[in-house]
Design a protein around this ligand. Sequence first.
Ligand code: 3AM
Length: 171
Amino acid sequence: MRLFFALWPDAPTQQAWSETLAPYLAPLGGRRIPARNLHLTLAFLGEVRGDRMNELLRLGGDLDTPAFTLRFDRIEYWKKAGLACLRAGDTPPSLARLGGQLATGLQLAGFPVETRAFKPHVTLLRNVAVPTPSLPVWPVLEWPVPALALVRSRTDPDGSEYAVLHEWPLR
Ligand code: 3AM
């Protein structure tokens, strides 16, 4: 199974973001990520054997993260990856801590971890055709993050299909 930890908006939130952001994205061309796939990846694990699932469930349950709110205030174009993503100017300390604890826990358990700095983002567009400077999003999209999620990814010719396997409410 291909797995990752993420912050996963509920369906109405995904739909609201998709509709609100459509006018910002239309001029950039590229391929829209469908509303149901919008999420913020915390740690990508890649292929994981089914018998390691319990370790991941324990790890997720051991994290004790206070609830926090993300304020998405801009769309950034990432040239190298060719994508446009939703970003928050300020990373809440709880999110930075969650990302750090997760990376440490995964590393101690022997899972491969990303060595690049964690830059929280929600991918909105791939294969952007029209490069753009950062676009301010106004009004800011406020998202009280409800939970941490463990997600399975399946790739098929039509794109990625995701399933939330487990969620841990933030306290
Ligand atoms: O959440 P975003 O869209 O930023 O690009 C994949 C997606 O990122 C990324 O994990 C998220 C859920 O699939 N991803 C896929 N393969 C990856 C890899 N080998 C990867 N991230 C890092 N290394």
